[in-house]
Design a protein around this ligand. Sequence first.
Ligand code: NAD
Length: 304
Amino acid sequence: MVKNIAFIGLGHMGGYMAANLVKAGHQVTGFDLSAPALEAAIKAGVNIAESGAQAVTDADVVITMLPAGRHVIGAFEGPDGLLAAAAKGTLFLECSTIAVDDAHTVHQMLSAAGHRGVDAPVSGGTTGAENGTLTFMVGGSDADFADAEVIFKDMGKRIVHCGGPGAGQAAKVCNNMILGVSMIAVSEAFVLGESLGLSNEALFEVASAATGQCWALTTNCPVPGPVPTSPANKNFEPGFAGALMAKDLGLAVQAVDAAGVQARLGVAAEKIYRDFAAGEGARKDFSGIINEIRAASAAAKPAN
Ligand code: NAD
């Protein structure tokens, strides 16, 4: 069914997602603070509002795709904010990646303002956003999920109801903690193999069909050659940038601390990626961490 959809945050992800909603026949009104983002959205057929509040006034559904929790809460609150401007009962789909605690705050703000909503972070990157093949991890009530799912299907392929409020963000941080740890493990194994005289091809042939098999190895392989489409073949052009991995692991560690969980590898991975993203790694694919491991190993080798 055609809906009036307000789309707030038309950046790398939101721009493509809004374009796919237009293609699916919805009336999409967007807002962003960046002029280039607005120009691209106009070309994709998005109507542009003068403010976020104006964009949501006549909306049945409001989608937010903003950088971090503070942007979402900042856009929602206050007399000029999205919550005050939307009609009571509007369905909010909060798709940014934010802290689990912030997601709970957002749900509380929505119900206090008389609205409905789900937290629904995505995976699949800008390619998934462009091709409409994103995975949505959704937290919220059964009724809100059912109404949100039909909209998500116009932007994604897998829509998973993870549980009640906050469960979507919980699934996102847990998944990305696995990914960060496993990419470091795969990279360390290749560097160890190299120093033992084992070829990268031989290690890949064994591990990709053995118990070391994982996405970091078989899809996003950090050495060039075995997986021709992996960023390692293109000077570590992202892909999934180091800055985003550092951000997501920061959110994971925030959740680990709040829950009092012993996650020593997750905590170590967060520090490793925070250091990586403090330099050029921010803009490189996160699999570029292998170069840091190689450099640190070379520096630590005793001189002969
Ligand atoms: P982005 O920085 O490209 O886009 C965010 C947009 O929000 C920007 O255009 C910015 O101008 C706009 N914005 C900020 N404050 C605003 C406000 N108050 N009102 C209107 N617009 C505002 O980021 P992105 O890569 O599109 O990522 C968006 C979210 O999706 C992030 O939370 C990110 O972690 C998550 N994510 C990104 C990827 C990816 O590969 N890029 C993958 C999965 C999830």
